[in-house]
Ligand binder design. Structure first.
Ligand SMILES: Nc1nc2c(ncn2[C@@H]2O[C@H](COP(=O)(O)OP(=O)(O)O)[C@@H](O)[C@H]2O)c(=O)[nH]1
Ligand SMILES: [Mg+2]
Ligand SMILES: [Zn+2]
Length: 349
């Protein structure tokens, strides 16, 4: 079993209420849902899931598929047979029952496809468990304002670690370039080879932004006020996301504070706006996995003593030898070690 599959199972601890008592003996044979309607979960609210069903037999979330004008939204609940399997935004599911999407109807989710990736919300004081929040994302867009609010590189580092750990490609999106220059921040992340885009609301969005997002499932993460919703509205003119809110969390209770909403992009792909998610939990991140995101470092690390964590304090780390011999760039190794260290910082740092 791969480590990813294992993590998928570990995540499946969530359930809503108590499982209903069984009145009939459970049959051994699992039902076959191949006739069920395929959909993607776009948002959830207290046990009700909004699922998007494409018109025609289009595979949902398919890379490169342009937004389907004939798609419909279907409200659904979990079928009891799902047991403890969690359902989150981005999940590809099968629906049975009334899948018309007509007002007042409620379909049932009978199957959740295995997830390619899982992003988890960080544990906090209210909830000590890191919960999965978005499935099947392939890009994490770390949205950082260049000013107002000022950038926080340590938070960016934490988001990068979460992305690499989840096998989701990071994209640094630097907003409000009308207020400050992106050069210093770009210099910090250049040694890691992180892709970046720079935006400002008084100018047209560069083609690069759309190119980076097209055909992918991208999750926006960043503090309130950095310009996430402004960006979504620019990308999707009819999205009408509220902007300029003082706080996405205040006064709306815990449920909505972590609500992610997935929207189809007009040029193909999906974007997930995540109002309350500022950082991701890193308690589970394994340093031996993180280095796998950096192929050149990973190759050198094969020369390390067993169990080497590759931190600065390791006396015989092969990364140091490789830097001394000019095989690796010192700034890249240093940046990688800074990421490793960021696992130990608290989310608010
Ligand atoms: N100066 C400037 N302000 C921006 C820019 N983008 C967004 N804003 C403003 O920043 C505030 C927060 O934006 P919003 O999109 O709501 O941020 P969110 O909380 O991350 O969704 C709003 O008042 C926006 O008008 C930009 O490029 N430059
Ligand atoms: Mg917003
Ligand atoms: Zn090492």
């Amino acid at each position: 079993m791969s480590s990813r599959q294992r993590r998928f199972e570990v995540d499946d601890h969530e359930s809503y209420g108590r499982p209903a008592r069984r009145t009939r003996p459970r049959t051994k044979q699992r039902p076959n849902y191949t006739d069920a309607t395929t959909a993607v979960v776009v948002t959830r609210d207290r046990g009700r899931y909004t699922c998007r069903v494409e018109a025609g037999a289009v595979t949902t979330g398919d890379a490169g598929t342009a937004a389907d004008a004939g798609a419909r939204q279907v409200l659904a609940m979990r079928a009891r047979t799902l047991g403890r399997t969690s359902v989150i935004v981005g999940d590809r599911v099968r629906l049975v029952g009334d899948v018309s999407g007509d007002p007042g109807t409620l379909a049932r989710i009978v199957e959740v496809e295995e997830r390619a990736t899982v992003l988890r919300r960080t544990a906090d004081d209210d909830d000590p468990i890191e919960r999965p929040i978005v499935a099947n994302a392939d890009q994490l867009v770390i949205v950082t304002a260049l000013a107002d609010p000022p950038p926080r590189p340590r938070l960016i580092d934490r988001c990068l670690v979460a992305a690499y750990d989840a096998d989701v490609e990071p994209l640094l999106c630097l907003t409000k370039a009308d207020l400050a220059s992106p050069d210093d921040l770009l210099d910090i992340y250049r040694p890691l080879g992180v892709h970046s885009v720079v935006t400002r609301h008084d100018e047209e969005l560069g083609d690069l932004v759309r190119e980076r997002l097209a055909g992918r499932v991208s999750v926006l993460v960043g503090h309130s006020g950095v310009g996430k919703s402004t960006l979504v509205n620019t990308l999707i003119p009819d999205a009408h996301r509220a902007t300029g809110e003082v706080s996405d969390v205040t006064g709306r209770g815990r449920h909505t504070s972590t609500q992610a909403v997935m929207l189809p992009l007009p040029f193909g792909g999906w974007i997930v706006d995540t109002p309350g998610i500022r950082s991701f939990g890193l308690a589970h991140v394994d340093p031996h996995r993180l280095i796998g995101a950096f192929g050149d470092l990973d190759d050198v690390a094969e020369e390390c003593p067993r169990g080497c964590t590759h931190q600065r304090t390791e006396p015989e780390c092969a990364l140091d030898d490789a830097v001394a011999e000019g095989r690796l760039d010192a700034a890249r190794v240093e940046s990688y070690r800074r990421l490793l260290d960021s696992r130990e910082l608290r989310a608010g740092d």
